[in-house]
Design a protein around this ligand. Structure first.
Ligand code: HAM
Length: 426
């Protein structure tokens, strides 16, 4: 019986993994440049961390969490996202007392029991940032600008940034009630999901993709027309800062997010190269979450990209990233078993000096070994067969030139030194 990876999970093998490495490397570099420090939180947490923060009535909590009892009967959940764990760590380590403003980034796997399809997996990966400690609208704009710049850096041009505001907690609640009042008379005409949403999480009705629900939604009042004066001003300032940085965006009055903790600005970044799951990432402000988790009142904002989806787009836009970029400095052929042990020592010595060296272990024909050297993209090949040993020489072939250099062999060290010299010179 063969055992395969579970549905909705997958392996990332070379050369596809080079794209992942590239994305993660660029994220670390750029996030560092913007002053964010890496935070790593556990992959599993107490279940109530997520039910309290993401919200009981969200899809994530009500049907997508990997929750199980551990051996002591405690309810544990594989993290479906990282914002709640970051807030937990922030409170647990009282990071607010270390610095008034904390900027974190994270990269890692998340778990949601969703129906798998292209761009939707059960174990997927996010890279994201969280800023804790300020209500200033500048930070909403900084998060969006960073997300946008990151996409440009990795070569995903022309993303669409959709932005909206759900206002403060009060505006959000009032608007939810308003939607309930307006739509209740038509409740039975809405899709089954919206009928439930209308009762439990009315804002989510706004982003229903069902054409018949859309008919009712289009006549609803707009979120941004119903914000408190302070929320209106906050949103206007975010847009002003984005304009000042020339970050393109579209205001999407129907944008709402699938997690309950958001207040004020919310945003999503979509790309036309993705199919129906077109969100590369999303985020927003969550000014009440820290307090709801028994911490001090703390303004906060962040976003996360789905790395799986970034890679899907890059596979189309930059396929060259998935080719082996790594060149081997030298490949030592295995033509004469009597010198193999000496070559083992040689390859180890070369590697210790930082040279990318490798050795052929199979006793194949010279032609086959050269084919292997070509496949490995080797710059130099060391040839030491019967003939060379008899003549007390060895050959170094520069794979970009026709001729090979024949050098007299005095001892193991000459071979090492001459080879090293050739490699460093190139
Ligand atoms: P989210 O919108 O749930 O937000 O997820 C962010 C991104 O993760 C999505 O836009 C998508 O690219 C990716 N993603 C989500 N679910 C899956 C899946 N099943 N398969 C593949 N990719 C997926 C959050 O998680 C928030 N914590 C973001 C945030 C940070 N808000 C504030 N700070």
């Amino acid at each position: 019986m063969t055992i395969n990876a579970l549905r909705g999970t997958y392996d990332i093998c070379p050369p596809a993994s080079y794209i992942w490495e590239y994305v993660e490397q660029e994220a670390r570099r750029l996030f560092g440049q913007f002053g964010y420090g890496e935070i790593r939180t556990p992959i599993f947490e107490e279940t109530r961390l997520f039910t309290r923060s993401i919200g009981e009535n969200t899809d994530i909590v009500s049907k997508e969490m990997y929750t199980f009892a551990d051996r002591k009967g405690r309810s544990i959940t594989l993290r479906p996202e990282a914002t709640a764990p970051v807030v937990r760590a922030f409170l647990q380590h009282k990071l607010y007392s270390v610095s008034p403003l904390n900027k974190f980034f994270y990269i890692g796997p998340m778990f949601r029991y969703e129906r798998p399809q292209a761009g939707r997996n059960r174990q997927f990966y996010q890279l994201g940032t969280e800023i804790l400690g300020s209500n200033h609208p500048y930070y909403d704009a900084e998060s969006i600008a960073l997300a946008h710049q990151f996409l440009c850096v990795i070569g995903i041009n022309n993303p669409t940034v959709k932005i909206n505001s759900v206002g403060d907690l009060e505006s959000k609640k009032l608007f939810g009630k308003m939607i309930q009042t307006k739509l209740m008379p038509q409740q039975s005409l809405l899709c089954a999901d919206c009928q439930t949403r209308l009762e439990k999480n009315p804002l989510r009705v706004l982003d229903c993709k069902n054409p018949s629900c859309k008919e009712y939604i289009k006549d609803l009042p707009r979120l941004t027309d119903n914000l408190s004066p302070a929320s209106k001003e906050h949103f206007a300032q975010v847009l002003r800062f984005l304009d000042s940085m020339n970050i393109p965006y579209v205001i999407d009055n129907c944008l709402v997010r699938g997690l309950d903790y958001y207040t004020e600005t919310i945003f999503e970044i979509v790309h036309s190269n993705l199919g129906s799951q077109d969100a590369l990432g999303g985020g927003g402000r969550y000014n009440n979450l820290v307090e709801e988790m028994e911490g001090p009142s703390t303004g906060a904002v962040g976003f996360a990209f789905g790395i799986d989806r970034l890679v899907m787009v890059l596979e189309q836009l930059r396929p060259e990233l998935a080719t082996d970029r790594q060149q081997l400095d030298c490949y030592i052929l295995n033509l004469e078993p009597s010198v193999f042990t000496e070559h083992v020592a040689l390859v180890h010595k070369l590697r210790k000096t930082g040279i990318r060296a490798d050795i052929c272990t199979e006793e194949k024909s010279m032609k086959a070994q050269f084919r292997a050297a070509n496949k490995l993209n080797a710059r130099f090949v060391v040839i030491r067969g019967k003939e060379e040993i008899e003549k007390n020489i060895f050959s170094i072939k520069n794979m970009n030139e026709a001729n090979e250099e024949k050098i007299s062999y005095t001892d193991e060290n000459t071979l090492f030194e001459i080879l090293r010299e050739r490699i460093i010179k190139l």
